[in-house]
Write a protein that binds this ligand. Structure first.
Ligand SMILES: NC(=O)c1ccc[n+]([C@@H]2O[C@H](COP(=O)([O-])OP(=O)(O)OC[C@H]3O[C@@H](n4cnc5c(N)ncnc54)[C@H](O)[C@@H]3O)[C@@H](O)[C@H]2O)c1
Length: 253
């Protein structure tokens, strides 16, 4: 029996990295998954690759920074599978490691548009659906150790700090409605994210890269997916409003 048999899930950022590994693991565990990202071809490949697994994957292509994507992804889950049980808000980008004096307006706005506003648009629609259903639901927000430790630039770290605050606020607000909302903070993970990030600022990277001496071996996306499964499943039924760091001990210094 799968740990997510009968559960209907949304996973954003599912075309690559941690989100993709999570969508696949959830499908392996019996879930019906709506995979969300911008690149439709990659989502279609994911659905095809998982077609023999116990669960099912369908996709919704959209930019999470557009509030309509959140509305439409929840609508798709409900229209296709009749309900929503679990949402993993993973889609995110890195900044260019700039300290605040060198940070551009574009970098600040784009990082918050995707990492913070995009995630909160998702949470808003997910919570509206859970409240309408009346029997709770689960949210796992993919945050970062950068929320509390200075692993990136000002824009990225602040965008993830806001994710942590939104997570705790939502857990507190809706604890009596049965909505559990937790954050999972990865350390260093081998994904596409460095390939799509803008060129690093020399000063900022000089500061943040000092911390890499403490990071140890990088994780693989599957290492994160296992921890996300714990927060998504009933095994964590009394865990609410928490940040689970999954960084191999990096931030213990
Ligand atoms: N890789 C790391 O070392 C690391 C460390 C800490 C936190 N994180 C966080 O983990 C999450 C996943 O990152 P990853 O490393 O798997 O990166 P990745 O680049 O491999 O995957 C990111 C996913 O988000 C999607 N995405 C990006 N912008 C989007 C948008 N506007 N609309 C819809 N989808 C969008 C991408 O298409 C992709 O599917 C991010 O929130 C990131 O901040 C990653």
């Amino acid at each position: 029996m799968g740990r997510l048999d009968g559960k209907v899930c949304i996973v954003t950022g599912a075309s690559a990295g941690i989100g993709r590994a999570t969508a696949e693991l959830f499908c392996r565990e019996g879930a019906k998954v709506v995979a969300v990202a911008r690149r439709e071809d990659r989502l279609r490949d994911l659905a095809e690759e998982c077609s023999e697994l116990p669960g099912e994957i369908i996709w919704h292509a959209g930019d999470v920074g557009d509030p309509a994507t959140a509305v439409n992804m929840v609508k798709k889950a409900v229209e296709t599978f009749g309900k929503l049980d679990i949402a993993v808000n993973d889609a995110g980008i890195m900044d260019d490691n700039t300290a605040i004096a060198d940070m551009s307006d574009t970098m600040l706005m784009e990082t918050f548009r995707i990492n913070t506003f995009g995630l909160m648009y998702g949470m808003r629609e997910e919570c509206r659906q859970y409240l309408a259903q009346g029997n709770g639901g689960v949210i796992v927000n993919i945050c970062s150790v950068g929320a509390t430790h200075q692993t990136s630039g000002a824009a990225y770290c602040a965008s993830k700090g806001a994710v942590l605050a939104a997570t705790k606020n939502t857990a507190f607000m809706y604890m009596e409605e049965g909505i559990r909302c937790n954050a999972l903070s990865p350390g260093g993970v081998v994904t596409d994210i460095p390939l799509v990030m803008p060129p690093s600022d020399e000063f900022g990277f000089g500061r943040t890269s000092m911390l890499l001496n403490f990071s140890g071996e990088l994780a693989m996306p599957e290492d994160l997916a296992d921890a996300i499964l714990f927060l998504a499943s009933d095994q964590s039924r009394y865990v609410n409003g928490e940040e689970l760091k999954c960084d191999g001990g990096w931030t213990c210094f």
